[in-house]
Write a protein that binds this ligand. Structure first.
Ligand code: AMP
Length: 751
């Protein structure tokens, strides 16, 4: 057969890879594809084919042979069926991604027996050229239109290098920027689990709670927001499906950032691990950038909530104005307020914020008239929570809660990824860690294998064309066993058991005092988790509550109970101590962790200087003795204090926590009995705080450590957890070295 090849160049009408992926997915198999075109090539023709986006960027290149032709009128779409003989490396990777989407295959794609496909270089010569523009058929990309770019507001204070400010309000987003009063207080109330990885929506209809499926038919939607190459806003499944190719413009895990200060220790750590840009907003909060445009994190949460609202509206065929939204028990005051604001921006009145473990307990106990003590064990994608609750008929009382904000399924994935990558590097002497796309492909395959190992004893891991060595493609091909996985993650599961014990111990309880263990979160499907809990508690975990849906169902049941005579009563506790910063940077708790809500406490302070007219009270939340390790909530500034000798003027400061753990702080002048004029400021920079707490100047800033992680990765270390846990030494590189941002913050605040 002559080796002369005909060159085909196809230019598409769109300019983004995502659209290509989605439109061509039904037309590509591992060994060949259907190429829509008008000027057909004869069967047996050898080709060099190149596909270009409208912006002339080449997106797919390979060599092949025409296997079939499709011409009108028998076929409405003219084109050819090609067998691949060679693809360039980028095309190999893109093809893997497309196959990963698992779109049903069009019957136009030729049925081909497996055959090796070479990796080709870039310098192949074409013999003839055609440049027809085709508009490919295929599924439309679900997008929310985004308006023109917005201008950036100027930051009103000294901001961090490279940080951007966020303009607001932002009419181009499909969000509501009005006040709560403008939202009708009518219609059904939906229950929403706004998750780190996935979110879920439920409603009680005809007295039965049920999940509302997404527009793609799944019971959960990915908590992901993205901009595609054209600047279109994607939410949920479409955002997830383009994540690998567009990681910088894909925001995942925003739940871990929302309501946090940019300068907070957690944000400073996450900032260097996530692929998208985390920036500082004009108010000092953490924000994100999509296509170089700054966004508030509440807007990310609001867009996910808005998608959920729209799904519910379509399902219920009526507008939705009200919701009960769940949050992690450890969420601090700022984070809860941020979720409320996000709900409002999605056009919903948030009737109640409910803690996730409480919601899960409701899903278990609602209407059953129980008298039991439960442990809710919640191991999701990124965090672990354990809570002990007492159910007395329709009263759900949280007794104790604790957890680790940096322990979740992704840590299990990371252990397996490390093992697989080390094995591959040892075997072939090829390093893949530097390439985020390859690492994401490995992560996807490994996570799937991890989930398979919850059902099977072994799982075959195959990541084709992960690298090229001496012109030969290399695959990752190995068999993983459940036994081996268990060994790799044993200590992570042990850590969750240790947290459970600590949560029990806080109330003087032992595992024998627990009547039922309720499982929440996808990672609880792992058999090792079941086994360890069964051993530890002497009974099997409860199986009738769905780990992905329990929280949304519980939120819906709570919503359902509003206005009914057999109303549910929830009694919560404060998950993390709230207190004030003392001179030098020490932390003085005012209300301790596990205090039953609602609660209020007062204490007295006096002026510390003669003729003092201003006084600042800096409020933090956390368990460390050192304010630098805790979350900054705000500064209460007392102004216009009458001039007097030091200590003469005394104030009574009142900390009030409502039943949802929302904080109000007031000050009263004890001499005049007047409530003092106060301003709650949440915008202080570390420099402001250092001045207010009378702390010394820090040494010059050392550059933050950067460290490449898979897209959903995070540092496998515990940080700023609500419970003072014993450090997992091997897992705390930055804390141990005292370097990086964490070390900088510690030095700043003065450990
Ligand atoms: P969630 O945040 O509750 O959606 O949990 C997501 C985490 O659960 C991810 O790390 C998943 O890999 C993990 N997961 C989901 N299904 C399984 C399974 N069958 N076995 C083990 N882990 C799972």
């Amino acid at each position: 057969m002559s080796e002369e090849r005909v060159s085909i160049k196809i230019r598409l009408k769109y300019s983004d890879v995502t659209t290509f992926q989605q439109r061509f997915a039904p037309f590509m198999s591992r060994y060949g594809m259907f190429l829509p075109m008008r000027q057909l090539k004869a069967k047996g023709t050898l080709l060099v084919f190149e596909i270009f986006l409208a912006n002339k960027q080449r997106i797919f290149k390979g060599e092949g042979e025409v296997i079939t032709t499709y011409s009108p009128p028998q076929h409405s779409i003219p084109g050819i069926g090609i067998r691949f003989t060679a693809l360039d490396e980028w095309s190999h990777q893109l093809l893997e991604q497309i196959l990963h989407q698992q779109f049903p295959l069009s019957p136009l794609v030729p049925q081909l027996a497996p055959a090796p496909i070479q990796v080709m270089g870039d310098g192949e010569k074409a013999t003839r050229e055609e440049l027809p523009a085709v508009s490919s058929p295929g599924p439309a990309v679900a997008t929310i239109p985004s308006g023109g770019p917005i201008g950036r507001a100027t930051s009103n204070r000294g901001s961090v290098t490279g940080a951007s400010a966020v303009a607001s309000p932002r009419p181009h987003l499909p969000l509501f920027f009005g006040s709560e009063e403008e939202i009708p207080a009518t219609g059904p109330i939906i229950g929403i689990d706004l998750g780190t990885t996935n979110s879920c929506c439920a409603i009680v209809e005809n007295n039965r709670p049920g999940v509302i499926p997404s527009r793609y038919g799944y019971n959960t939607i990915p908590s992901i927001v993205a901009h595609d190459e054209r600047g279109n806003l994607l939410v949920g499944h479409p955002a997830k499906s383009q994540m690998l190719l567009n990681p910088q413009n894909t925001v995942y895990g925003s739940k871990r950032l929302v309501g946090r200060k940019y300068q907070s220790p957690i944000v400073q750590i996450i900032k260097n691990r996530f692929h998208y840009n985390i920036i500082e907003t004009e108010r000092g909060d953490a924000g994100v950038e999509l296509s170089a445009e700054p966004f508030h994190l509440q807007e990310m949460s609001a867009l996910i909530l808005n998608e959920i609202k729209e799904i519910a509206q379509t399902h219920l065929q009526q507008p939705i104005y009200r919701a009960v939204i769940s949050v992690p028990a450890y969420y601090n005051d700022n984070q809860r307020q941020a979720v409320r604001r996000a709900g409002l921006m999605a056009g919903m009145k948030v009737e109640r914020i409910v803690n996730e473990p409480t919601a899960a307990a409701l899903a278990y106990g609602f209407g059953r008239g129980l008298e039991q003590r439960l442990l809710v064990y919640d191991l999701g994608g990124g965090t672990f929570d354990a809570s002990v609750l007492h159910i007395h008929h329709e009263v759900y009382e949280v007794l104790s809660t604790g957890g680790n904000t940096f322990l979740g399924g992704v840590d299990f994935d990371n252990r397996l990824i490390d093992y697989v990558v080390e094995h591959f590097t040892r075997q072939h002497g090829v390093e893949v860690r530097e390439d985020p796309v390859k690492m994401q492909r490995i992560k996807d395959a490994v996570e799937k294998a991890k989930c398979d190992l919850s059902l099977e004893d072994s799982s075959a891991l195959l990541v084709p064309y992960i690298a090229v060595k001496e012109g030969q493609p290399l695959d990752i091909k190995m068999t993983l066993t459940r036994e081996h996985l268990d060994l790799l993650v044993e200590d992570l599961v042990e850590e969750t058991i240790r947290v459970c014990d600590e949560v029990l111990h806080a109330q003087g309880l032992t595992p024998q005092d627990i009547d039922e263990v309720i499982l929440v979160g996808g990672q609880t499907r792992m058999p090792l988790v079941h086994k360890r809990l069964t051993d530890h508690f002497g009974k099997h975990p409860h199986r009738n509550v769905h780990p992905d849906e329990a929280v949304a169902i519980g939120a819906a049941l709570l919503a359902f109970s509003f206005g009914r005579s057999d109303k549910i009563r929830l009694i919560d506790v404060l998950a993390m101590s709230i207190g004030v910063g003392l001179p030098g940077g020490r932390f003085k708790p005012i209300i301790s962790r596990n205090t039953k809500l609602p609660f209020q406490k007062t204490y007295t302070i006096g002026t510390t200087r003669d003729q003092q007219t201003e006084l600042d009270i800096v409020i933090f939340q956390g368990e460390s003795d050192n304010v630098g390790d805790n979350e900054y909530l705000g500064t209460l500034s007392l102004h216009n204090i009458p001039k007097a000798p030091k200590g003469k003027i005394q104030f009574e400061i009142r900390f009030q926590l409502d039943f949802e753990s929302l904080l109000t702080v007031t000050a009263r002048n004890l001499a005049t009995n007047e409530v003092q004029e106060v301003v709650m400021n949440t915008q202080d920079t570390p420099q402001d705080l250092r001045r207010k707490l009378g702390m010394p100047e820090p040494p010059p800033e050392s550059p933050p450590q950067t460290h490449l992680e898979p897209a959903l990765g995070h540092p496998p270390q515990q940080f700023a957890s609500q419970t003072p846990m014993a450090p997992m030494k091997a897992m705390q590189p930055e804390a141990k070295s005292g370097g990086g941002v964490l070390g900088w913050l510690k030095r700043l605040i003065g450990k």
